[in-house]
Ligand binder design. Sequence first.
Ligand SMILES: Cc1cc2nc3c(=O)[nH]c(=O)nc-3n(C[C@H](O)[C@H](O)[C@H](O)COP(=O)(O)O)c2cc1C
Length: 149
Amino acid sequence: MKTAIVYHSSHHGNTKKLVDAIVAAHNDIAVFEAESCRPDDLSSFDLIGLASGIYYFSFDKSLLNIAVALPLHQRVFLLSTCGGNKLGLNYARKLEAVLSERQAEIVGHFSCLGYNTYGFFKLFGGTAKGHPDDDDLRHAIAFYESLRG
Ligand SMILES: Cc1cc2nc3c(=O)[nH]c(=O)nc-3n(C[C@H](O)[C@H](O)[C@H](O)COP(=O)(O)O)c2cc1C
């Protein structure tokens, strides 16, 4: 199975840690930064991971732009890190809507906490300090392996 992961990770590199851990465990995965990824780069994969920190309640816009241009009926999985989600919001909502237009099959979404020092939170040392931690990375790898079967 040919897998690619496209990621955006601009705050503390939290999401990239998940991607790096999965790729270190499975070195046959192609990796692209969302900003420099072109639609043609993704034309030949069985499974595509879209990975992002959560910014203003959503995956980064660069991932939404990637999703718009995916081949129809693509199998997709999602990876995300966020500072906290006490309200149980669905941060993937916008991305899921775009993927639905592409008739993509979303096979799973792994999400965990990621160190957050945005704005006001910086004044108090941030939230989710130390995340993703080793357990988070192990769970991310196990999640990916569950998709491969
Ligand atoms: C501009 C900005 C907006 C953010 N908005 C949210 C948010 O809406 N909800 C949340 O839980 N975390 C939010 N965070 C925290 C990030 O989602 C979290 O730190 C994430 O792990 C960052 O991933 P990265 O290091 O891969 O960029 C925000 C962070 C930044 C910098």
